[in-house]
Design a protein around this ligand. Structure first.
Ligand SMILES: [Zn+2]
Length: 172
């Protein structure tokens, strides 16, 4: 079992924290669901069961193949405690002023903090916010994507997992 734990949440108002809490319980349901596992295992790129896994290497993008099963195992691994089979994923969240449609947020992989811009946060649905959190969580795990929109970016692990999360949230 996976337990999403909001370890820290800074910069949120009491009202905004309600959305964070809702996303927390949504993510707990999704990451433990068979539906999530199935969608990750059946994710396709160019007709193959795989993600487009990109990493920057000396300024060049390389594609390191992981099977969908490996991606699932990595994405559902714990970052916090692992007690009695409960794998805990600790999330450190911070809300920043400003933002908008193209300015959603980012992850600092050193501090493991997920930053989200307030204007974007308050303009999107719970599903989009939940998708953003798993997208950024994937960055913390070392998955990356092209900085600019290109056909393969949607098939990267962060975008793929983010959109699976969003889709499942909408269908729950
Ligand atoms: Zn990203």
């Amino acid at each position: 079992m996976i337990k999403i734990n909001i370890a820290t949440a800074n910069g949120f108002t009491t009202e905004e924290l309600k959305k964070v809490e809702a996303a927390n319980s949504t993510l707990n349901n999704i990451l433990n669901s068979e539906k999530f596992r199935e969608r990750v295992l059946k994710f396709t790129t160019d007709g193959l069961f795989r993600f487009h896994y990109r990493r920057s290497f000396f300024g060049k993008w390389i594609d390191k193949p992981h099977t969908n099963h490996q991606v699932y195992e990595i994405v559902t691994q714990h970052s916090g405690a692992d007690d009695a089979g409960v794998k805990q994923i600790d999330l450190h969240l911070e809300l920043l002023p400003g933002g908008g449609e193209e300015h959603i947020g980012y992850t600092d992989t050193n501090t493991r903090k997920i930053f989200t811009y307030r204007d974007w946060f308050n303009s999107v649905s719970l599903a989009e916010y939940a998708g953003h959190l798993t997208h950024e969580w994937c960055h913390q795990l070392g998955f990356d994507h092209s900085p600019k929109p290109d056909p393969k970016r949607e098939h990267s692990v962060p975008y793929g997992i983010g959109s699976i999360t969003e889709a499942i949230t909408l269908n729950y």
